[in-house]
Write a protein that binds this ligand. Structure first.
Ligand code: FMN
Length: 395
């Protein structure tokens, strides 16, 4: 599985005869699982149309710097920050000169100048242009500034010359881009997880719920995305921003959550949501009035989502959570066995709900591990690493 899965790439095209090869490169990036935004100079558009790149990338192509509407939608600074990697292929002699000079007169040059992270350029030009001292000096400047130079290749050129200056083949550029990222521990796997509380309606204005903030589940979803998994996050109502680069499925009740889990089966299932154990036996269609001194509620047991998924076929690698107030290890081990889970994370309910930090104990069939107190983001990375290790051992 490609290390480009879930990565954000900007593919920049400047004006050269090799621009047609960028169409194939864009296709390869998309096939590898990356999200690709294409930026084209005016010169590039003389060789290949934005429509081709729009169809291949599935996104509007960015072409203009001084366009108020485009800048309002996603400006050059935002674009520069958005990308995990910018690849300019082909990079024309003129574009290379602009970048070396710090000339930000077009969108592609401006966003490359504003770029702080990884940036690679793949030069393509006639062998005499490549051999020119001005081009060599510009490339030296860019190299010294930490910009990666990919290629060029040598061989027959469109103009009939033979020599250095050909754009590297798209497959070679893809391999170089993949080399910029480590392959995550969950690369190629699908993962569905639940997060947050559920709400069980009493009447049109009231519900039963709990204090779950959803922070742990959201942090795990983001760590799984970073680890290369294709993630579906099924979430009860929370105040958190929807994470990017994953499929987000909002739900309210436990019944809805179970339906969504069954709709999106995966290689790995993590049940982080604090699912209400019971729901009102009756969901009254009108607002319950304050008429009686005492009001009794009849509650019905909700379906056990984790146990249901763990009993499904094919069974995913199932991970549960146990938030307890006492006898943590004992309850966690019992839950691991009774629900047929592959791994369970246990934590102290009082110290975890709503907090930005947590510590957990992990239990599986023949082992256990303490993950020390840390931010939920850091902890989530450790948990995902452990899931990756246990899966690798099983394989
Ligand atoms: C037919 C043709 C082919 C060209 N091929 C290249 C090329 O391969 N590399 C290059 O650096 N310039 C090439 N040029 C010159 C550039 O298109 C020109 O310098 C243009 O201004 C580049 O603009 P840009 O860097 O803003 O994209 C070519 C020009 C023509 C007319």
């Amino acid at each position: 599985m490609s290390s480009l899965r879930n990565k954000r790439l900007i593919l920049g095209l400047s004006g050269g005869i090799a621009a047609y090869k960028a169409a194939e490169l864009c296709r390869l990036f998309i096939k590898a699982g990356a999200e690709v935004k294409v930026v084209m100079t005016e010169g590039a558009q003389a060789f290949i149309t934005p429509m081709t790149l729009q169809a291949l990338s599935g996104q509007r192509v960015h072409t203009s710097l001084l366009d108020a509407e485009a800048e309002a939608a996603m400006g050059h600074i935002e674009l520069a920050r958005w990308a995990d990697l910018i690849v300019v292929a082909p990079a024309s002699a003129s574009f290379i000169a602009r970048l070396a000079k710090g000339d930000a007169s077009d969108l592609l040059s401006a966003l490359c100048l504003a770029r702080r992270g990884p940036l690679a350029i793949a030069p393509a030009m006639n062998q005499a242009m490549w051999g020119n001292a001005a081009t060599a000096a510009n490339l030296d400047t860019l190299r010294q500034r930490g910009i990666a130079l990919w290629g060029p290749d040598s061989g027959a050129q469109a103009c009939g010359d033979v020599g250095l200056g050909r754009l590297l083949e798209p497959a070679a550029l893809l391999a170089l881009a993949e080399g910029c990222f480590e392959s995550g521990v969950l690369a190629g796997l699908t993962l569905t997880l639940t997060a947050g509380p559920t709400r069980e309606a009493l009447d049109p204005v009231r519900y039963l719920s709990n204090h779950s903030s959803g922070k742990m589940g959201y942090a795990l979803a983001e760590a799984a995305v970073q680890a290369g998994a294709s993630v579906t996050l099924i979430s009860g109502p929370t105040a958190l921003a929807v994470p990017e680069r994953l499929r987000f499925v909002p739900v309210e009740s436990a019944a809805e959550m179970l339906r969504a889990c069954q709709e999106y089966p995966a290689d790995i299932f993590i049940g982080v949501a604090a699912v209400a154990d019971y729901r009102p036996a009756e969901n009254v269609p009108y607002k319950i009035k304050k008429e009686q001194e005492m009001l009794s509620l009849n509650l019905l047991r909700n379906p056990d989502i984790l146990a249901t998924i763990a009993a499904s076929s094919p069974k995913p690698f199932c991970v549960g959570f146990a938030a307890e107030t006492h006898d943590l290890a004992q309850y966690a081990r019992a839950k691991l066995r009774s629900k047929n889970l592959d791994l369970i994370f246990a934590n102290d309910a009082a110290a975890t709900f709503g907090s930005d930090e947590a510590e957990v104990l992990a239990f599986w069939n023949d082992g256990e591990l303490r993950l020390e107190r840390a931010s939920k983001t850091q902890l989530a990375r450790g948990m995902i690493r452990l899931i990756g290790e246990l899966l690798a051992r099983r394989a």
